[in-house]
Structures are given as C-alpha cells and as structure tokens.
Design a protein around this ligand. Structure first.
Ligand code: EAX
Length: 324
C-alpha cells in the first residue's frame, strides 16, 4: 500500500476518533409549553431543519421557559439565541405589536395568517430591530377563549366581577376592565398556582394552550369567546444573527418557515379536536356566546385603541382580504 494512501487513511481515522468538528455550535430556543404542543411542533421542526441544512454544524437545544417576558429578555441580552413567545408580553418591548392584541380584530385564522404573512406583518417584524430583537417570523398561539370556575359565561354580564388572569398586556387588561371583570396580569408560569389557590377565578387562552397544559384540571367552565387572536413570534438574538454568514442565515430562515408551518398545522389540529377532548376531560363548554354583545360592550375600549394606535393601520388590518 502506498505511504500516501496509508497516511490519508490514518488522518481520516484520527479525525473520526476526534469526534465532532470544533466548528459545532449549540443554540438554545425556549417556549412556554411542552414539546407536545403547537410551540413544541414548531421548535422541533426548527431544530430538524437547522441541523439538516447546516450538516450538524449548528445543534438546536430546545428548552421550556413558561415566563415569556423573561425569555424575551434572555434573547435580547444573548443568554439564549431564540425564543417562541405569544405576543402577550411583547408589547412591553415593541409597543407597535400591541395593535395585534385588540379584541375581535381578526375574523378567522385565514385573516390573521394572511395579514401577518403579508406587508403589515413584515412592517411589524421590522419594528423589533431597533428594540434590540430580531423578529424572524410570525407563528401562532390561536384565538383566545375564556375559562373560569365560577359560572358559565355567555354574555358580558356573566363576566362582571370575575377575577381574570390576563397576560402582562395592557390591551387585554383594558378590554377586561371595560367588561367589568378584574384583570390580574401575571406570567404564564404563575397561572396554575393562582387558579389552584383561587387568587383568580379564570383565565383566557387558545384551545391548544388549554389542552397542552390540562387547564381542565383547574378550570370548570370554557366559553368559546374567541375574543382575541393571539399571534406568536419567533425572535432571535441580534448579535448571534448578525454573526451568521449568508449561507447559515438562509438555513435558519428556512428553519423558521418550517417552524411556522408545523406550528400552524398543530393549532389547526388542536382546534379540530380540542373542544371534544376538553369535554371528555370534564369541562362544561359553552359554544354559543353572544359575540355581538361582547363587541358592543367593548366599544369604549375600541375608542381608546383608536386613539392609542394608528387608526389607519387598524382599518388596514380589519379590511384585509385575500389577494389584497
Ligand atoms: O404563549 O401567557 C399566556 O397566556 C400565553 O398564551 C401562553 O404563555 C402561551
């Protein structure tokens, strides 16, 4: 055997024994729910595509952090590279995003996804950059529904006096105040203990969250109010993102697209099966809610939102049609 061939085989064997190349980088992504959730579906798709398109040079470590404000702060300062979060606390970092949290702004999932995937969504993602965050892609939490342990809710009058946990979101808090409820903002991590101890009577979340976190164990009544569409967003750390070369950045962008698709597909699936599942788990579900009465009762809040935000932008969102 020629010496050079023997040397070459030796070098390959040594490299194989040395294990992964030094160029391997582990990045962390967090979200508030388990892997068996609409966020988990997204993070696992993200991981698979990043590791495949970078030939393993980047490894993705998925972790759970159910304090979304903390996760955004950690992504901002770089103690983690990515997070998937509902827009709940995002308005405390990027004020313009609060417009998306206005009740009854979106008609249905097609309307919300169409707006967020179009120019309006891109304009809002660009608002993250000056705030020290990279808004990579709009994902989805879902249409929020009200649960409580006191009574069935069908009209605004049924909400009066209920202590309702809200996200740390001033748009949501104003809405529940206007309805005569007692909004109590807290991180998702504090929600279940607060419901168990009776600190609050109820909360509001999309079906996928209620299912993923078994909130049926601490809540008796579910009303399909669908009062707010709750976007989620994939956020990156700017320093990490700006260090990527064009090829790797393209890989992460492909991974973000895969995360959006897997996340939305799981929301659609959970919406299909979630109500029946929650009934099986013992919840009393009120499917018929007087939506018109809720919208009328929120009129004072809508007036305030029109003053607080760009009324033209609100109209652009409301009037969006496919193809527009
Ligand atoms: O993002 O805090 C909330 O109610 C959110 O919907 C939950 O953390 C999933």
């Amino acid at each position: 055997m020629l010496p050079t061939r023997r040397l070459l085989l030796g070098a390959i064997a040594a490299a194989a024994l040395a294990g992964p190349t030094s160029a391997q980088t582990t990045v962390t992504i967090t979200h508030a729910l388990s892997l068996d959730s609409h966020y988990g579906a997204g993070s696992q798709a993200f991981k698979e595509v990043v590791e495949r398109l970078t030939q393993g040079r980047f490894q993705v470590n998925i972790q759970r952090n159910d304090n979304e404000r903390e996760a955004i702060e950690a992504t901002q300062i770089g103690t983690q590279e990515f997070t998937i979060t509902s827009t709940g606390p995002v308005g405390n970092f990027v004020r313009e995003v609060l417009v998306l949290d206005i009740p009854f702004l979106f008609r249905d999932y097609a309307h919300a996804r169409g707006v967020l995937d179009g120019p309006i969504g891109q304009e809002l993602l660009a608002k993250f950059t000056p705030r020290g965050l990279i808004g990579l892609a709009w994902m989805e939490n879902g249409f929020r529904n009200l649960t409580n342990s006191r009574r069935e809710v069908a009209t605004p009058a049924d909400v009066q006096g209920l202590k309702i946990r809200t996200m740390e979101n001033q748009v949501h808090m104003r809405a529940f105040q206007t309805l005569g409820a007692l909004p109590t903002p807290m991180a998702f991590s504090e929600l279940v203990p607060a419901l168990q101890q009776g600190t609050v009577d109820g909360q509001e979340n999309p079906i996928p969250v209620i299912v993923a976190n078994n909130l049926n164990q601490v809540q008796r009544f579910l009303s399909l109010t669908r009062h707010v569409y709750s976007p989620a967003v994939l956020i990156a750390n700017p320093a990490f993102w700006n260090r990527l070369n064009a090829q790797d950045r393209a890989a992460f962008q492909e991974a973000a697209k895969a995360a959006v698709k897997a996340n939305r597909d799981r929301v659609s699936a959970d919406e299909q099966r979630g109500v029946a599942l929650l009934r099986e788990r013992g919840m009393t579900v009120r499917t018929e809610v007087d939506t018109a009465a809720f919208q009328a009762a929120l009129a004072p809040a809508f007036e305030q939102y029109n003053r607080q935000f760009d009324a033209a932008l609100i109209a652009r969102i409301r009037d969006w049609k496919p193809g527009s």
